[in-house]
Design a protein around this ligand. Sequence first.
Ligand code: UDP
Ligand code: MG
Length: 314
Amino acid sequence: MSAPEISVVVPVYNEEASLHELHERVAKALDGESYELVLVDDGSADRSREILRELSAAHPEVVAVELSRNYGQHPAVLAGFEVSRGLHVVTLDADLQNPPEEIPRIVEELRAGHDIVGTVRERRQDPWLRKRVSGLVNRVTTASLGVGMTDYGCMLRGYSREIAEEVVELAERSAFIPALATTLAQNPVEIHVAHGEREEGHSKYSTLRLMRLGADLVTGFSLLPIQLVSITGMAIALLGVAFAGFLMVRRLIVGPEVEGVFTLFAILFAFIGVLMLAVGVVGEYVARIYAEVRRRPIYRIRRVVSSGRTDGDT
Ligand code: UDP
Ligand code: MG
């Protein structure tokens, strides 16, 4: 079987409840097209893996990729990129928050020659705080990448074969695929897509995990945070010098001051806070360097199951 035109890549982590519907809706949306559906099982603990095997046995267009353990959403997508063969690659989430019915619109843009199709979620269905945080992260990322994309978080996206391959090649341990791909794009475009509420299961992202993802995104592509730390440090030092000057003048005019001990504490605590933040930011970069230096694999594919692929390239 020759390579299909379209690859739909979906990371799957404990999504047993939505897999059948996902497959049906993708099949319907791409009816008549030459496509493959690459489902990457990211070490699920529920029945997802069996369901993927069943689907791939029953449908030649389904390719089930099994990772050796849970690596996370973005590594799972990378594994899917590696296994996929289509000229156009579309990613989406397994929980059906991204409607598969939007895939043809993304493919249309890819066929028109765009190498990246970004998406903006219309009427995004997520908790309020999460949307605010994600808005902030999007703006910082845009500022540090220098390329504007309104919404990096939406995984319903399209990539050309070249971009998908470059992303696999260049990905670091904590790569955030939409942002990394954007740095490689020559002719990107953004479209608006619908976004639904999660119907089955629950989000795999806890607040802590989201904070870590945000930190990855912000420190992964720029030195801006570390420069901000230096600038803040400098500003505080200047303020300190100015304050010392003021105290000296005051001592000459009003005499020595004895009160205000607790004000001093307050100021001290603020400084210590900034200091700890600074150490944290530096640590963020050191951790990234450490992870890169160790050179552990970002993901490991244990098995590729497909009834449609006959060339045995697993
Ligand atoms: N996912 C994954 N590995 C993980 C966490 C999530 O493959 O460790 C998949 C998950 O199955 C889903 C997608 O990534 O297809 C997005 O996850 P989720 O819906 O939990 O994230 P949210 O929509 O809350 O951002
Ligand atoms: Mg989701």
